[in-house]
Design a protein. Structure first.
Length: 310
């Protein structure tokens, strides 16, 4: 059976740019809801300075609680809990709490790298090396994010040559997969097909993921285009939560429910329960005090109106 892997971003990339701060209990409810809906790769937070990204202040506690629930079999044992770590200090803070996955976060432009992680691209790769080395020693899976692969809020267009060059540098670190990010939601199908056609000649498609923001309403089309180019891993966010605090104008990630609806309708398994995702969406809306962007959760699933008889 054809299938794709969904990596859930809601608790990290989703919440980090929201003005409402959720409690640890609310985050834990979301985590349990996601796992119950079939999500098996969940990024629960980021080990960064709380004064820089205050929404991530509960990351350690959430990872601890999530692991406790896994050990008690209240989360499926296949559920992998991940965190973003920007440097070796982040790794040292995260390692005792036993993440099953970690992510490092690089950029395809110098300006975004400096704005986002306060260092140049070259400096960022020097920071990544010890993190990947230590994670490999502990047999912790590593994702490598690359941001602004299709356009940068500070530098505009980004050349494919540069993106491929930096993706190759990430691959040389021996990360398990590389997530190619459309951080400001500027990409279109033509770009997706062109970049991934060239990229898959250098890096196996199975090691690539797509991370698309829906700023211009192109995310689903871009995901489908990436799928057609061999990509089978996609980052999504429940309800379409979030955005990047260092990317002006960036809307939320593509909604998990919308992606699941598209793929399941094509006969491609996501392993996700749409009914449960929609219920969770409404629960999160009550926490956030607002409607979330997901179209599927707004409209619901198709319900027959019945036969009208005279």
């Amino acid at each position: 059976m054809k299938k794709v892997t969904i990596v859930e971003m809601g608790l990290r990339d989703g919440l980090q740019n929201e003005s409402v701060t959720l409690s640890l209990g609310q985050r834990l409810q979301i985590l349990q809801g996601l796992a119950d809906a079939g999500v098996r790769h969940i990024e629960v937070g980021s080990f960064v300075r709380a004064d820089k990204v205050p929404q991530m202040a509960f990351s350690r506690e959430l990872l601890e609680e999530g692991n406790r629930l896994r050990k008690m079999h209240k989360l499926p044992k296949e559920t992998k809990l991940g965190v973003l770590v920007p440097n070796i200090q982040g790794w040292n803070d995260a390692n005792p709490v036993e993440p099953q996955e970690i992510a490092i976060f690089g950029s395809c432009t110098e300006s975004f790298s400096i704005k986002n992680i306060n260092c140049s691209i070259d400096e960022s790769f020097e920071r990544f090396k010890p993190v990947v080395r230590e994670a490999k020693k502990r047999k912790v899976r590593v994702r490598g994010y690359l941001s602004v692969c299709f356009g940068c809020p500070y530098e505009g267009e980004v050349s494919e040559k540069k993106v491929i060059e930096i993706a190759m540098r990430m691959a040389e670190l021996k990360v398990d997969e590389i997530s190619m990010g459309d951080t400001i939601g500027v990409a279109h199908v033509g770009q997706i097909k062109s970049l991934f056609k060239k990229l898959t000649k250098k890096i196996p498609a199975r090691k690539l993921a797509g991370h698309f923001h829906d700023t211009r309403g192109q995310a689903l089309a871009n995901i489908l285009a990436a799928y057609e180019m061999g990509v089978r891993i996609f980052d999504t966010s429940i309800g379409g939560l979030g955005g990047c605090p260092y990317a002006p104008g960036s809307a939320g990630n593509v909604a998990t429910e919308d992606v699941a609806y598209m793929f399941e309708g094509m006969g491609i398994s996501t392993g996700l329960d749409l009914h449960k995702l929609i219920q969770l969406n409404h629960q999160i809306e009550s926490y956030m005090g607002k409607k979330l962007p997901s179209r599927v959760s707004k409209a619901g699933l198709l319900k027959p109106l019945g036969v009208v008889t005279k």
